[in-house]
Design a protein around this ligand. Structure first.
Ligand code: C5P
Length: 238
């Protein structure tokens, strides 16, 4: 009976490959090192990210994309998870790092979730939800409804426009894609010299559909010191 339950669970789970961009310099954090090495309640940020990723049932292959100079430090701070991850050298920008990750995926990889290493509070159930939604969509992203009123501002610091808040969502990761489509989008971006800060943007520029999945506001990206204080409040609940 137990075997039947395990097999049924495996069959009903959507399996994805998982890439973690972790090759940033963390300059806004002013930590003097890769921010993913910063301590949060006794473990590094990358450790917490990996803990969630390996708690999800949909992830069967996990790659960390980092700068070669950070390799030993990141893997050491990942502790037991270090044996289970594949190391990939990162690039100068996030976009280049993700492209390196895509090239390093095994040939049989069909679906990929890309998740910023700095979003260390991701809930494993949301990872599985993104994976599941990729059964029906070519591209999905987690996002939350914007609660602030957002202003578009000119170079002199004056407001130009206030977009209708009902249509505004804050993009998060994971962002999930069919591997072939995302590779194609990245190659077209290189050709056309497009610069983007997330992968969904490439799909938008190509007029390819991206499905929004409503996430949670606890899935913050650790960017500046205040985020670490907020993360401390959340981390013990996971
Ligand atoms: O700079 P930002 O916080 O937007 O970076 C998002 C994620 O992309 C981080 O996890 C960071 O480590 C990663 N990154 C990368 N390669 C770069 C720059 C950023 O993998 N060259």
């Amino acid at each position: 009976m137990l075997l039947f339950i395990i097999v049924s669970k495996l069959l009903s789970t959507s399996i994805v490959h998982f890439l973690i961009p972790a090759a940033g310099s963390g300059s806004r954090m002013k930590a003097g090192k890769n921010k993913l090495l910063i301590d949060l309640e006794g473990e590094s940020l990358i450790y917490w990210t990996l803990k969630s990723v390996f708690s999800a049932s949909s992830t069967n292959w996990v790659g960390i994309i980092g700068q070669p100079k950070d390799k030993n430090l990141l893997l050491n701070s990942a502790k037991d998870f270090a044996q289970k991850v594949h190391w990939i050298d990162g690039g100068e920008t996030r976009q280049q790092s993700v492209f390196n990750g895509l090239k390093a995926l095994p040939k049989d990889a069909k679906k990929v979730l890309i998740h910023d290493g700095a979003r260390c509070l991701i809930n494993p159930e949301l990872i599985d939800l993104c994976a599941k939604q990729l059964d029906e969509n070519e591209a999905v992203i987690l996002a939350t409804k914007v609660t602030d009123t957002i202003k578009i501002v000119d170079n002199e610091g004056f407001i130009k426009e206030t977009p209708n808040r009902n249509y505004l969502w804050a993009a998060q990761t994971p962002q999930g894609f069919l591997v072939d489509r995302l590779k194609k989008a990245h190659m077209m971006a290189i050709d056309k010299k497009w610069k983007v800060t997330d992968d969904a943007s490439l799909f938008e520029m190509l007029n390819w559909k991206v499905k929004i999945i409503e996430g949670t506001s606890s899935n913050i990206k650790i960017t500046s010191p205040i985020d670490l204080k907020i993360a401390k409040l959340f981390v013990n609940n996971y």
